[in-house]
Design a protein around this ligand. Structure first.
Ligand code: PMP
Length: 288
């Protein structure tokens, strides 16, 4: 078993993959990416991830012509070459290699990178205790719906959280919370699940979508509207969602305790549903 890379049509060991210093991804962050979780060798919600990759690419005028079927083949081949059953797949598209110039190059073709790495086992202790987060000022641009390589504000906010001994930083602007540095935020107030509506201020999380549809199917009322910081601090529960963290309960925001300081009922319900859908996936894999 080993970490695998795919670079412009070829598979290799991750350690052997190199990209030019003139790649626009390196020079300008001129590209987009996706992260996909693999459960038991099966990429989870692959179609949704590839659709979002294409949306991000189109939004920055990157001509990504590989079809879903072609991507599926590449992803499956990468997973099987790696041999990892539990893995994370990272896909990156950039505007290719060209002499450094802000203008788009005329002839360059894009760089396609994919890596497959093993995922560390889930930290069960965190799920039991819940996590603490900080709030950070949202200084990002107005196209957070594009999964762009430009992650400086996210990295700075996450580092601020880590240095404070916290799990995540939540972006706040003008009294409203939008999302985490690498996660979606949801709050439970009087049994209703609130989360900011999709739009240019947040990434349209694939896990967000999954959680909201499962919540609706479980007769949990879902409201997609702006969430004020005040409302979050008064909430019974705060949740983070994301491809790698799945669903994570938050028990403290800055110095304020959330609810009774323990992961709440809605978290447990939704996470149980998540686990059973994953075990169904594993079961289907065994049976096919
Ligand atoms: N927002 C941001 C800024 C993120 O980086 C992520 C992680 N990809 C998310 C939300 C959650 O999105 P998803 O559920 O698609 O992983």
């Amino acid at each position: 078993m080993s970490d695998i890379a795919y670079l412009n049509g070829e598979f290799m060991k991750l350690a052997e993959a190199t990209v030019s210093v003139e790649d626009r991804g390196f020079q300008f962050g001129d590209g987009v990416y996706e992260v996909i979780r693999v459960y038991d060798m099966t990429p989870h919600l692959l179609r949704e991830h590839i659709d979002r990759l294409k949306f991000s690419a189109t939004s920055i005028h990157l001509d990504e012509w590989l079809s879903y079927d072609e991507w599926e083949k590449i992803v499956q081949e990468g997973i099987s070459q790696s041999g990892y059953a539990e893995a994370k797949v990272y896909i990156q598209l950039t505007r290719g290699v060209a002499p450094r110039d802000h203008r788009f190059p005329c002839t360059t073709s894009l760089t396609r990178v994919m890596t497959v790495r093993e995922v560390e086992p889930d930290d069960l202790q965190l799920r039991k205790t819940g996590v603490s987060v900080i709030t950070a000022q949202d200084i990002r641009w107005n196209r957070c719906d594009i999964k762009s390589l430009n992650l400086l504000p996210n990295i700075l906010a996450k580092q601020q959280a880590i240095q404070a001994g916290m799990f995540e930083a939540l972006f706040v602007r003008e009294g409203f919370v939008f999302e985490g540095s690498s996660s979606t935020v949801m709050v439970v107030s009087n049994g209703v699940l609130y989360t900011p509506a999709e739009g240019p201020r947040i990434l349209s999380g694939i896990t967000r979508d999954w959680v909201l549809s499962v919540a609706r199917a479980s007769e949990i009322k879902v409201v997609e509207e702006p969430v004020s910081v005040e409302m979050m601090l008064d909430a019974q529960e705060v949740l983070l969602t994301g491809t790698i963290i799945e669903i994570m309960p938050v028990v403290k925001v800055d110095e304020y305790c959330i609810g009774d300081g323990k992961p709440g009922k809605i978290y447990h319900r939704l996470y149980q549903k998540f686990l059973s859908s994953i075990s169904e996936l594993r079961y289907r894999h065994v049976c096919t």
